[in-house]
Design a binder for this molecule. Structure first.
Ligand SMILES: NC(=O)c1ccc[n+]([C@@H]2O[C@H](COP(=O)([O-])OP(=O)(O)OC[C@H]3O[C@@H](n4cnc5c(N)ncnc54)[C@H](O)[C@@H]3O)[C@@H](O)[C@H]2O)c1
Length: 288
């Protein structure tokens, strides 16, 4: 028996990375899945590969019309909308603050924040009459700590976390849960894409990032899309039926604090400093 038997899910950004892994897992756990993206060929190919209980529907997440039609499509095609995963994204504008253009700011906010608002809005519209549903969005550790991503990306992800908290309070009273996941460093096409590589080349680059990733956080594991998909599955499923307004960090310990090794180094240099200071103090006051 699958964890999502009989459920209908929409996944945005499903043609690659975290979205693809989550769509595959949702489907394997018994859900009917609408995969959505702007990479039509790849998205449609994945839906065809999954076969029964899967469909592809193009939606540019910066368009309200597209997202409204996507939520309606899921309900019309599979009879309901139980799970909405607002996941599509990219790095957006990346520059020092004095050099960040207003156009870049607007495009980034449209892609990373306005899109999540629209996804929540239209999921709620379709879910509310049934008094049930689960909305999950992809935020980031960059929404909780600085120094992990560009300014506007980080601000948008922080806003996604707060929007999640706020909307969860409203929709809880209608039986709809609203949560988000905060991934750490995950091997996907987003990094190649940020350096201007085309989608195919960006995806091919992702597995080569493992050596860089292994030491990026306390857990010596290269974070994979499947690691995030498992967390999203839990939030989306009835296993998390008492969980709402939560931002689930899945980062191998990246933002939990200073690593143990780093702390030991700090402690050693502190001990050396103290010994040196004691030596200087006793040399300055012999016989004291
Ligand atoms: N990879 C990481 O380390 C990481 C960490 C934290 C958060 N995230 C977030 O995870 C989410 C998924 O990213 P990923 O890492 O899987 O990257 P990815 O590049 O592999 O996947 C992103 C997908 O979103 C799609 N997309 C981009 N713009 C779109 C638009 N306007 N409309 C519809 N689809 C669009 C792309 O075509 C692509 O298929 C993003 O929101 C990203 O910010 C990623």
């Amino acid at each position: 028996m699958g964890k999502l038997d009989g459920k209908v899910a929409v996944v945005t950004g499903a043609a690659s990375g975290i979205g693809e892994a989550t769509a595959r897992l949702f489907h394997a756990e018994g859900a009917a899945v609408v995969l959505s993206d702007i990479q039509d060929e790849r998205g449609a190919g994945l839906a065809a590969e999954l076969g029964e209980r899967a469909a592809y529907r193009r939606a540019d997440v910066t368009s309200e019309d597209d997202l409204a039609a996507l939520a309606d499509f899921a309900a019309a095609r599979f009879g309901a909308l139980d799970i909405m995963f607002n996941n599509a994204g990219a790095q957006g504008v990346s520059a020092p603050i004095a050099e960040t253009s207003v156009e870049g700011f607007d495009l980034t906010v449209d892609l990373l924040l306005r899109s999540v608002f629209l996804g929540m809005k239209h999921a709620a519209r379709v879910m509310s009459p049934r008094g049930a549903g689960s909305i999950v969005s992809t935020a980031s550790v960059a929404g909780l700590r600085t120094g992990h991503a560009p300014h506007i990306y980080s601000a948008c992800k922080a806003a996604v976390i707060h929007l999640t908290h706020s909307v969860a309070m409203e929709l809880a009273e209608q039986g709809i849960r609203v949560n988000c996941v905060c991934p750490g460093f995950i091997a996907t096409g987003i990094f190649g894409n940020a350096f201007g590589l085309p989608p195919e080349a960006s995806r091919a680059l992702a597995p080569l990032m493992a050596p860089m990733q292994v030491n990026a956080q306390p857990l010596r594991h290269a974070g994979q899309p499947a690691d995030i998909a498992q967390a999203v599955l839990w939030l989306a499923s009835d296993d998390a039926r008492f969980v709402t307004g939560h931002a689930l960090v899945v980062d191998g310990g990246l933002i939990a604090g200073r690593s143990w090794t780093e702390y030991q180094r700090l402690r050693e240099s502190l001990a050396q400093g103290i010994q040196m200071a004691m030596g200087q103090a006793s040399a300055a006051a012999p016989g004291a």
